[in-house]
Write a protein that binds this ligand. Structure first.
Ligand SMILES: [Zn+2]
Length: 155
């Protein structure tokens, strides 16, 4: 995989917002590589619009799961290799797999630890799963690797 797993902070630290803890998530479930983060199907909720993996069109998350983190939904970051990522923050991404160890190294969001987030179907690198020290989690997903549904798997 050509993309670096080591993002780097290029924005000044800001106050850490409070996070809601999702049902079933806990500190003990975050550290295992390759583990399904949420076992539920990735289908969007009624009235919602799915956002799908650009490679395999599996449902990853949905419009209604967009959230604001550090004052904005969208953030643009560069990693130490100069790759620029425009990411959007999501409260959940049932279609993602967490991969690799959870680490606090070079976290883009102050006060968070992170791990890679891959498409659960095709393993495309879709972004990162962030675990604030205050609890809960959220996803930072690379926006140009998501496309609007409907997904092929949704019938
Ligand atoms: Zn995929």
């Amino acid at each position: 995989m050509p993309l670096s797993p080591f993002p780097r902070v290029i924005q000044p630290p800001r106050p850490i917002p409070r996070w809601g803890r999702a049902p079933g998530d806990g500190p003990g479930r975050t550290g295992r590589p390759g583990r399904m983060i949420e076992p539920r199907a990735g289908a969007a909720l009624p009235g919602d619009r799915p956002l799908c993996c650009i490679a395999c069109r599996a449902v990853v998350t949905s419009e209604n799961r967009r959230i604001t983190v550090d004052g904005d939904h969208r953030h643009t970051f560069a990693n130490p290799y100069g790759h620029i990522f425009e990411i959007g923050c999501f409260a959940a991404a049932p279609g993602c797999l967490g991969a690799g160890a959870v680490t606090s190294d070079f976290s883009w969001f102050p006060g968070t630890r992170w791990q890679m987030a891959l498409c659960a179907v095709c393993r495309l690198h879709l972004g990162w799963r962030y675990v604030p020290v205050s609890g809960g989690f959220f996803f930072g997903l690379i926006l140009n690797r998501l496309v609007s549904g409907p997904a092929a798997s949704e019938v």
